[in-house]
Design a protein around this ligand. Structure first.
Ligand code: PLP
Length: 480
């Protein structure tokens, strides 16, 4: 009989090798996989069962997990997946992330996890260099841009109140001077949401009017600034609007806001990566003047979920907002960067490994080329679609996002119905995936070209499938 330790070692190896084999098998199917064959209800059935009294053997559980999950998986790692704004979980990032799980490091601080904390230190420096942001900034590795917005705006809240003589960490918000918050009318929904967590209700936020593309209008911004009074002020701008890809005019807005004493936070969940691409960097001109930034790894950098970056120019304001201190934790020091001083969590996964690995794998040139390619592919798809009668591209395709409307122009309601029917037909066909959203009160199809594996051929195939879906909807309507 095998020694217990021997048995344990060989069982561990067999299990992890089997998981790797299953994962590789799944990814082999990326290029051909269509829509999920089951929806949520059936997926619950697939996972259903009584809580086991006796535990099951690990390989059997793994097998059951794969069988239950795979029919309900969206082809989000595939080359023709254009839903939401979702990176493809690049295999390099997946491999590094597997190791992060296998190594089991609690990346709260540099004592508990020296290597994981160090990887974040170096990845943070690389990120600042690639995104052309000030080298002095501190970077917190969070779950995504939602939490990155939270951290940046928490630092903003603490600092504008500190300048007004109020210590929010000590006294909270009750009785504090009134803080005004300006955001764009087309800000991402996570911005008002995290402002709510920070104690700023919807009514206390001023939404500044935007142009046809969703970018803040400078004249309206100037008026909003003038009306914001003298007190503490936070401005949240956007680099990359979720639907259109538009950028607020940072080179104009940021100096205006800072002259008024505001802290400017930039939501650049995917758009900040334009700065890594010389031909697109101009879109984000002036972004570097801001005080804090939010971005995602799991969008354009293609890391697996969940990975985002909270970047703050004033490291002290950043740490004041986030530091978790206790006698059993290492003291706050400058020399070693402790992840838990820059994010809301204490125990957390080693997110730096995947970011470090992907930055090293792509390099500066690879990142620039990928962003460039996605923007060119978006332009190509937009041109293909716009050439078809009854299909209109609603936005200026400056980046990787396309908004498409279907219909023969018979009226808003008829075209809304045609657009929703075409989206449903595209999803049912399964060649590619895109979803819908309302833009300026009308339904449109949203296309986000952001997967590392998408090629010209994928774009052309997708264009043909989208046009065919529209033609079938149009001819059914003509007959009906
Ligand atoms: C995706 C996105 C967010 C939210 O990021 P998560 O990674 O989902 O937390 C915020 N702002 C913008 C502009 C986005 O595109």
């Amino acid at each position: 009989m095998a020694e217990p330790s021997e048995h344990r070692d060989s069982a561990t190896r067999a299990l992890l090798m089997e998981a790797a084999r299953r994962a590789a098998d799944y990814r082999d199917g990326d290029a051909v996989r269509g829509r999920p064959s089951m929806g949520y209800g059936e997926a619950v059935e697939a996972f259903e069962g009584e809580l086991p009294v006796e535990g099951e053997e690990a390989q059997a559980v793994l097998d059951a997990l794969v069988r239950a999950a795979e029919p309900g998986l969206h082809p989000a790692t595939g080359p023709r997946f254009f839903g939401w704004v979702i990176g493809n979980s690049h295999p390099m990032g997946v491999a590094a992330d597997w190791l992060a799980s296998a190594w089991g490091q609690n990346t709260a601080n540099h004592v508990a996890a020296p290597a994981a904390a160090a990887a974040e230190t170096v990845a943070a420096r690389w990120l600042l260099e690639l995104l052309a942001l000030p080298a002095q900034c501190s970077v917190g590795f969070v779950t995504g841009a939602t939490m990155a917005n939270f951290v940046g705006l928490a630092a903003a809240r603490g600092e504008v109140l500190r300048r007004a003589g109020w210590d929010v960490a000590a006294h909270g918000l009750f009785g504090a001077p009134c803080v005004r918050v300006l955001i764009g009318a087309d800000a991402h929904s996570t911005v008002p949401s995290v402002l709510g967590h920070l104690g700023f209700g919807r009514e206390s936020i001023v939404r500044v009017p935007t142009d046809t593309q969703g970018a803040i209008c400078p004249e309206a911004f100037e008026r909003a600034l003038a009306e914001s009074g003298e007190g503490p002020l936070i401005v949240a701008t956007q680099a990359g609007q979720l639907n259109t890809g538009a950028f607020d005019p940072h080179d104009v807005l940021v100096p205006m806001a800072q002259a008024r004493g505001a802290w400017v936070h930039v939501d650049g969940a995917f758009g900040l990566w334009a700065r890594a691409c010389p031909s697109r960097a101009g879109l984000a001109h002036g972004v570097e003047l801001a005080d804090s930034w939010a971005s995602d790894g799991h969008k354009w950098l293609q890391t697996p979920f969940d990975s985002g970056y909270a970047i703050v120019r004033d490291g002290e304001a950043h740490r004041r907002a986030m530091t978790i201190a206790a006698s059993y934790l290492p003291p706050v020091r400058e020399a070693e960067r402790d992840p838990s001083h820059l994010v809301p969590e204490l125990s957390r996964r080693a997110r730096g490994f995947a970011t470090w690995a992907l930055l090293r794998h792509f390099g500066r040139d690879g990142m620039a080329a990928m962003v460039e390619r996605h923007c060119a592919l978006a332009r190509r798809l937009a041109d293909r679609l716009a050439a078809e009668p009854g299909i209109a591209v609603l936005n200026e395709v400056v980046l990787n996002q396309i908004l498409v409307r279907f219909g023969d122009g018979a009226g808003v309601e008829a075209d809304d119905a045609a657009t929703l029917a075409t989206i449903a037909a595209i999803q049912a066909d399964g060649t590619c995936f895109a979803g819908g959203a309302k833009w300026r009160g009308r339904w449109a199809m949203r296309v986000s070209v952001i997967g590392y594996s998408t090629t010209e051929e994928d774009i052309d195939r997708s264009a043909r499938a989208m046009i065919a879906a529209w033609r079938s909807v149009a001819s059914a309507a003509a007959q009906g």
